[in-house]
Design a protein around this ligand. Structure first.
Ligand SMILES: NC(=O)c1ccc[n+]([C@@H]2O[C@H](COP(=O)([O-])OP(=O)(O)OC[C@H]3O[C@@H](n4cnc5c(N)ncnc54)[C@H](OP(=O)(O)O)[C@@H]3O)[C@@H](O)[C@H]2O)c1
Length: 204
């Protein structure tokens, strides 16, 4: 699959590395523009290319947001991501470690409002990048990555990518309730769980 990643910092570059290792193609975009990505492209080889964000969206079958939450609104033209499977891996914080008070809403619900018509799935937001880098190929029980969303087919597509990376996809339900479980302050955030442990939480 050709997967776009917007944001190539700690988590975005890590995802790019493990996607390429799993035989996917990646289209990378950041704030500084494609030329700033030369070193990462050289490391990743021919399966990786760089673009500006809207171009990355146009060239990708699935697009992953890995930028600071406050950079999401207005980042892309709405038309660039209409009907796109959009993985929101961002987290809303107010200062280090403090979950932002969103008045009972999920942060990905806000992203869905900013990008109407997008097939949004909240995923890949709970695991620290250092764990993401190695855990999919480590021996032992698979760790879980979660999917929350209101488009079942989009969640299946994201679950397939999670499986390719060596993790166990666990569906947390709709974007509202599942997203709140996954976001900072929720019980699934930043807690590496095996598939069995994750299923125990989500069946509560
Ligand atoms: N770090 C983790 O372990 C982790 C795990 C799961 C989820 N997340 C979430 O993922 C997001 C990124 O975290 P991070 O730790 O990877 O941050 P980071 O290392 O600071 O990287 C942020 C990336 O976003 C890019 N960016 C910022 N504004 C942009 C814009 N307007 N257009 C395009 N690209 C833009 C930056 O571009 P430049 O490189 O050009 O500056 C940079 O590549 C956050 O929402 C975070 O909560 C992080």
């Amino acid at each position: 699959m050709r997967i776009g990643i917007i944001g190539t910092g700690r988590i975005g570059s890590t995802l790019a590395r493990i996607l390429v290792a799993a035989d996917h193609q990646v289209v990378l975009a950041n704030a500084r523009g494609p030329r700033s990505l030369a070193a990462l492209l050289a490391e990743l080889g021919p399966a990786a290319s760089a673009a500006y964000p809207a171009e990355a969206a146009a060239r990708s079958e699935v697009l992953v947001l890995m930028v600071p939450f406050d950079g999401v609104q207005g980042l892309l033209p709405q038309d660039a991501v209409r009907d796109t499977v959009l993985v929101d891996a961002t987290n809303a914080f107010d200062g280090p470690g403090n979950a932002r008070n969103l008045g009972g809403r999920g942060s990905s619900e806000l992203v869905a409002e900013w990008y109407p018509g997008t097939r949004i799935v909240k995923s890949l937001n709970t695991m620290h990048f250092e764990t993401l880098a190695v855990a999919g190929t480590a021996p032992g029980p698979r760790l879980a990555h979660f999917t929350a969303g209101d488009d079942g087919k989009a969640k299946e597509i994201v679950a397939g990518i999670i499986t390719d990376l060596g993790f166990a996809p666990v569906d947390t339900g709709p974007l509202h309730s599942g997203g709140i479980l996954q976001q900072p302050g929720g019980p699934l955030f930043n807690r590496p769980l095996t598939e069995a442990q994750a299923l125990a939480w989500t069946s509560h």
